[in-house]
Design a protein around this ligand. Sequence first.
Ligand code: BG6
Length: 312
Amino acid sequence: MIGSTTTRALQDEFGISGTLAFRDHAFGGPVAELTSVHGTVMVAVQGAQVLSYVPSDNGEVLWVSPVARLGTGKALRGGIPVCWPWFGPHPGDTSQPAHGLVRASPWRVVETAAHEDLVRVRFAWALQEPVAGCPAGLSAQLDVTLGADLQLDLMTVNASSEAVELTQALHTYLRVGDVGGISVNGFEGQSYLDQLAPPTGTHPALEPQAGPTVFDREVDRIYATRIDAAGRSVATLIDPALARRIAVSGEGSGSTVVWNPWIAKAARLGDLGPDGYRQFVCIETANAAFDARTLPAGGSHRLTAIIHAVNG
Ligand code: BG6
């Protein structure tokens, strides 16, 4: 159903018959729905936030809080929020929102396309004036592509005349059967920054990761990811309860954030729903902390996350 004027205008300009439609969602805003032989994807225009990914041979891959609502001025809890142009707290100004400027803000839909078995929607967001130390002319473009897997490409262009220090993440909430029974492979032998370690005043030490990452307490780590010859990193979620594996691959990324709030932090956050923390793990394809990127004037950077679910 097409409701609000915005949604109708989006549908008129960017809808693709049988493949891509805009509609008003119960979450409270316009969403793009992508459909192909490979499955369905739903993306909210607010935050350019992917809210659902259902591959044709699998169940829902993403987790969204049952009490989540759009348009509250806060990012909706779940899906794939875009953290940009900083990850975590602002580096110098505590009055700025965590995880950047764009995750609770409307993006512009600029293009949709369907070619063979790929369907794509492209969003854009640009700083018109300096904000929080970020210059006018800094812009982001997010492509969400449904093919045999779900691919997000976040392109940053620095069209200003000054260098910009960029941190960011595609903050993927993956649905799990029970977080206590899952493990994440891909970080064995790598080191991580433990965001829960008490501040030391100096550069915090990196911890070594021995086996797979498991969850029996709050986990909030920035892993230095292993990158293969093709420039790609892979973390694999093993979920025995849902009898599936989900591979999260990154490009343009040297860091992956792994997060679950566990009981006390979930209670503090207050927007996860009953026992919500048991239903997801975040594997966030990032440029965070030690992996910050400096974009010179005129420079650009592409961060890609590819999500692929396999039964068994
Ligand atoms: C993760 C951070 O990326 O996001 C955590 O590593 C943080 O420290 C979490 O708690 C959620 O952040 P927010 O702002 O969405 O509550």
